[in-house]
Design a protein around this ligand. Structure first.
Ligand code: FES
Ligand code: FE
Length: 378
């Protein structure tokens, strides 16, 4: 894949990726292998596996990954594959087990740390190393109330690649810490089944050239978005709420209780951070919205979006409808746009791709990052 040289391009335009970059199965397989199976991937919410034995299975790159919590309360992640004859161990998306995972094929059984603890007739078999034949482990970190996993043999530095993205966008990590994200509670989760390539979703999130056209509610609340210059590329800049706007809600009415750590200069502002390869974080004074993408096929991405509030707000059952509705609409508007683009990526008219106008130029840096990530390593 290359960015096509186009001599006819005016100076203020940059080329996009070619259409095939969004639909070619071979390229997608390389992205799965060299991006999603190599980098830290934000997999599940810590609260989704709150108790020992609670589990979720998720698709990361080409692999099914089983994520659970040990008896000591530590998050654990494994390739979801039985070490006997390779059956998929856990076939449910989520659930809870008392103390072990039992393979539905010949009943090999693994404890919550992945150790092989039982196999029918094992005593008649030659001694087997129960750790060696335990579940194959995946690197795990918990941060911001989420379980992050890395499938690479050697994980890249979490601080540089994940926390570093926050520093790049907000200027420091302290400004994020003000929101106390790890102590917030899940108020609402919506899962979107998007028929579009994951890169289209990231590109869309990175620019606001489209905001005036497709986000009427959002631009009412954040008037500066109407001019097309998203806050995304000014380090530390948060978009200010409109003068008459009382909260980050679908009609600008008052939101929920403000998160106490949010500073005066963060109040009445919206911040957005992209953590490559698959996370978007939105910060507003009374809640935090976290999107996790699960790319499944060149033209198919699942997006799980969580709205997080102060624990009291959730416990007291406060009405979140207007609060959730604003970004839910934004998501629908964005994903509709991405799907319209996806449908055209196979057209011969888009074989050479399109153009990035000046307010989208920073997307070229994302394209270069993808291209670099796919280069063969020495
Ligand atoms: Fe799992 Fe045989 S494949 S026990
Ligand atoms: Fe948008």
């Amino acid at each position: 894949m290359t960015v096509t040289e186009n001599k006819t391009l005016p100076e203020s335009f940059l080329p996009t990726l070619p259409g095939s970059a969004y639909s070619d199965p071979e390229l997608f397989a390389r992205e799965q292998e060299l991006i999603f199976e190599q980098l830290w991937f934000c997999a599940v919410r810590s609260g989704d596996i709150a108790k020992p034995g609670a589990f979720r299975t998720v698709q990361i790159g080409r692999e099914s990954i089983l994520i659970t919590r040990s008896r000591r309360g530590e998050a654990r992640a494994f390739f979801n594959i039985c070490r006997h004859r390779g059956a998929k161990l856990c076939t449910e998306d989520a659930g809870e087990t008392q103390r072990a995972f039992q393979c539905p094929y010949h009943a090999w059984t693994y404890d919550l740390d992945g150790k092989l603890v039982a196999a029918p007739n094992l005593t008649k078999m030659p001694d087997i190393d129960r750790v060696e034949y335990g579940l194959r482990k995946v690197h795990v970190r918990e941060w911001l109330g989420y379980v992050w996993v890395c499938l690479a043999d050697e994980a890249p530095s979490f601080d540089e690649t994940v926390v570093g993205a926050v520093r790049t966008r907000l200027g420091d990590v302290e400004s994020l810490e003000h929101y106390g994200v790890e102590s917030l509670e899940l108020g609402r989760r919506i899962t979107y089944d998007v028929k579009a390539n994951w890169k289209l979703i990231i590109e869309n999130f990175m620019e606001c050239y489209h905001c005036a056209t497709i986000h009427p509610e959002l631009t009412e609340v954040l008037p500066e978005f109407a001019d097309g210059f998203a806050a995304q590329y000014f380090v530390g800049h948060g978009a200010l709420f409109g003068e008459d706007v009382k909260g980050f809600t679908v009609d600008g009415s008052k939101g929920l209780d403000r998160i106490p750590g949010v500073s005066e200069d963060q109040d009445r502002r919206y911040y957005a951070v992209t953590i490559r390869p698959q996370v978007f974080v939105n910060l507003v004074p009374d809640h935090v919205i976290i999107h996790r993408m699960f790319p499944l096929a060149p033209g198919h991405t699942i997006v799980e979006c969580d709205w997080l509030y102060l624990p009291d707000v959730v416990a007291e059952g406060k009405d979140l409808t207007k609060s959730v509705e604003l970004f839910h609409r934004v998501n629908q508007q964005d994903f509709d746009a991405c799907e319209r683009c996806q449908a055209a990526t196979d057209s011969r008219i888009y074989a050479d791709g399109g153009v990035l106008v000046p307010s989208e130029h920073h997307i070229a840096e994302f394209h270069n990052w993808v291209l670099d990530s796919l280069k063969p390593r020495a």
